[in-house]
Design a protein. Structure first.
Lengths: 341, 387
């Protein structure tokens, strides 16, 4: 860390936040926290071909595209002259549950594949602790590293935690994360009029669904056709685990995978939901389990279930055609039922 | 276990097997002794993999596919109960049991999968699983004790023999004889019911093996390769194209870092017959060495694999083969670190991904190139430093 950069920025430390992976879920929390610490937040560019290519060249060939994109965002941040880059070590936020192993070892993976980040990483350890919000420890450690007074850190934690709770309440009322975080990317300019009321569940990790480059604005496209979209975030944790308990003797090991699988199982049984779309990355480990359970169970409930697999070669045409075909199928089904009645 | 996932086979009707990994003869001995109706799982072949691939999720790791294929072939032989280990995550292996049962039942098979999870996943369910798996209803505690003793001692003896074979087979003059002896030894070991029988077989085969004529190679010319990686593809030779035999036939000694008896000694520290202090210490060293590069446990063996790189270098191994299933979550993290560590510790490491598309020729050519590289590196060193 060089003193010159501090002088240039009039004393404010520049913290880089990659606009990838769990940023889409935790942005309200992290943003509020850092804003109240009086540091300058620098975001990476939104995912584009350059970011994807940079990441693909540095990351291991076999690794999933969300990690490749994350790597690209890190390199992009280095170009933006930041003092630190935030990479939380997500170990767990629930009892005996984890995140995908790549999240748990993410700092090491980045240090190895982008060695220029050495000394620049802010790595709060997010670990489940009974009765204590796991991120608070990490928040204090960040304050320590940045030489910020403990009382200021405490204040920032209080304000950001409160904001986070309000944010989550909004989601329970039926909004998508994208509606709060990325209004332009998910709100259509025009909405077709539709003779039928169609409601579709779009399930996927936040970094696939809300990364506009990866999902190619799937939400916007579906909404343009007059379709109502619900996501995993509209099903509470409690409900999700209750659904999983009915199907599996034990839940999966990964927090967000359980959220998605539980939501999927709930939506399968919901008559109001006309179809389920699962957006997943090529070779995603946890999703191979989710996809398998959903496929086995969707047969029972006769609900249209579409899997869209994304990787670095994905093209707009591919996603658009599959969404259109899915929509056509649901539309025809509804027409047939209407004619029968 | 409730609802759809309840066990449906009555105890008296159980016909059991285990996944085929390494030396299932030990399980055959133990479970037969425990009065189970136990059938040896068939050794995986191309057909096994094809079956497994057909009914597995596309992107699940290859051990899942091999094991599912083994189960389906075992079902053809009359098996209706699978006994297997579980895990607490975060790698997917701990969900294999549930998923295998779901898929097989969806295919119409009436099967139970009894999986033994670590206590953190639920003590009550573990106790129930242990009761069923070890047939506690039909065996006295003494008999269960003796079964365990047979199992762990046999595994120790077989691993020791396999280590010896993977050394001297490099110098076999007429290729094939040592592998044949090992195959026969395994078959004879599977029939034991007492330790005396086991030691007799051990003695017999060491004699036979030591009679095989070997090339004389100078100590300074010997090349030793370590094998690290995900446990199934490292231990199960049918999944890695008989890697150890292949490397031996290229003239190099092989030793892997995953041996069932050594991991048992590490994990089950209190069991008297699983004691192997040297192996336990080596694994602990590996985990210590990994700390500076890889502080988090993320499942599988990724952490100790990283640590073993330094240990193998210190033990004067000449190169390392790193095996992993395509898409293996913990190993994807290790391979991100391996190029840097190979350079830092100055030891050649080759990473080979295994999946259903991997071709034999691919593995053979890469191994040949790797061994050539090591041999020429050595020659260069000798030339440079011999002046």
């Amino acid at each position: 860390m060089n003193l010159n950069s501090i002088k240039e920025n009039k004393g404010k430390i520049r913290i880089g936040i990659p606009r990838a992976l769990l940023y889409f879920y935790y942005a309200p929390l992290w943003e509020t926290f850092f804003k109240n610490l009086d540091v300058e937040i620098v975001y990476s560019s939104k995912t584009n071909k350059r970011v994807l290519d940079l990441g693909t060249m540095s990351a291991v060939t076999d690794i999933c595209v969300p990690i490749k994109i994350f790597t690209g965002h890190i390199i992009d941040l280095l170009d933006k002259n930041v003092d630190y880059i935030l990479i939380p070590r997500m170990l767990g936020i629930e009892k005996i549950k984890f995140f995908c192993p790549k999240f748990m070892a993410l700092p090491e993976v980045i240090l190895a594949t982008v060695p220029e980040t050495s000394g620049k990483l802010l790595i709060p350890c997010i670990r489940y602790k009974k009765n204590v919000n796991g991120y608070i420890d990490g928040a204090y450690k960040i304050g320590e590293k940045l030489n910020i007074q403990k009382k200021d850190v405490k204040k920032a934690i209080k304000i950001s935690t409160k904001y986070w709770e309000t944010h989550n309440k909004t989601l329970k009322n039926g909004n998508l994360i994208g509606d709060i975080l990325l209004k332009n990317e998910v709100t259509p300019d025009t909405i077709q009029s539709n003779p039928f009321k169609i409601k579709v569940a779009l399930l996927g990790y936040v970094y696939n669904t809300y990364d506009s480059y990866l999902s190619m604005s799937s939400i916007k496209r579906l909404r343009e056709k007059g379709i109502e979209i619900v996501g995993f975030e509209n099903i509470t944790e409690k409900t999700a685990y209750k659904e999983i308990k009915k199907e599996l003797p034990k839940p999966l090991f990964w927090t967000f995978s359980n959220r998605i699988l539980g939501a999927g199982l709930k939506y399968l049984k919901d008559d109001q939901i006309d179809g389920i779309i699962h957006i997943t990355a090529f070779a995603c480990g946890p999703d191979s389990i989710i996809g398998s359970v959903m496929e086995l169970r969707s047969k029972e409930y006769e609900k249209p279930f579409l899997t869209i697999r994304i990787d670095e070669h994905i093209g707009q045409a591919h996603i658009t055609t599959r969404l259109e075909a899915f929509y056509d199928m649901i539309y025809r089904k509804k027409s047939r039922l209407k004619n029968i009645n | 276990m409730k609802g759809k996932n309840k066990h449906i086979i009555k105890a008296k009707d159980r016909v059991c097997t285990v996944p085929y990994m390494g030396s299932p003869e030990t399980f055959y001995v133990m479970f037969s002794y425990l009065r189970h109706n136990f059938i040896m799982p068939p050794k995986p072949t191309k057909r096994t993999l094809e079956l497994g691939v057909k009914y597995s999720p596309e992107f699940i790791c290859i051990p899942f596919k091999f094991i599912l294929g083994t189960y389906l072939e075992a079902i053809e032989l009359g098996v209706n109960t699978i006994i297997t280990a579980g895990h607490q995550g975060p790698c997917r292996a701990g969900l294999y049991g549930i998923m295998h049962q779901m898929i097989m039942r969806d295919m119409g098979h009436k099967v139970d999968v009894i999986y033994l999870d670590p206590p953190s996943q639920g003590r009550l369910s573990l106790m129930k699983a242990v009761y069923k798996a070890y047939n506690l209803g039909k065996n006295s505690p003494f008999r269960v004790w003796h079964a365990g003793k047979l199992f762990f001692t046999l595994y120790y003896v077989m691993d020791k023999m396999e280590k010896h074979i993977s050394k001297i087979r490099a110098y076999e003059i007429r290729k094939g004889k040592i592998s044949e002896l090992w195959k026969n030894a395994k078959e004879e070991f599977s029939k034991i019911t007492t330790l005396e029988e086991m030691y007799d077989i051990e003695e017999k085969y060491y004699k036979l093996i030591n009679e095989i004529p070997l090339k004389k190679v100078d100590e300074s010319e010997k090349i030793r390769i370590g094998v690290i990686g995900e446990i199934y593809v490292v231990m199960e030779q049918a999944s890695n194209f008989n890697l150890e035999e292949r490397l031996n036939y290229l003239g190099v000694e092989v030793e892997r870092t995953q041996y069932q008896s050594e991991w048992s000694a590490y994990n089950l520290k209190k069991l008297p017959w699983a004691q192997n202090p040297a192996a336990k210490q080596r694994i602990e060293n590996a985990l210590d060495q990994a700390e500076e590069h890889f502080p988090t446990y993320i499942g599988g063996h990724s952490k100790d694999n990283i640590g073993f790189i330094k240990i193998l270098k210190n033990e004067k191994f000449d190169g390392i083969v790193h095996l992993y299933p395509f898409g293996c979550l913990p190993e994807l993290c290790s391979i991100s670190l391996i190029p840097e560590l190979s350079h830092k510790y100055d030891i050649p490491i080759i990473s080979l991904a295994i999946d259903e598309q991997t071709a034999e020729a691919h593995i053979q050519t890469r191994l040949e190139a790797f061994i050539d590289l090591i041999k020429s590196k050595r020659k260069y060193r000798e030339k440079t430093f011999s002046v």
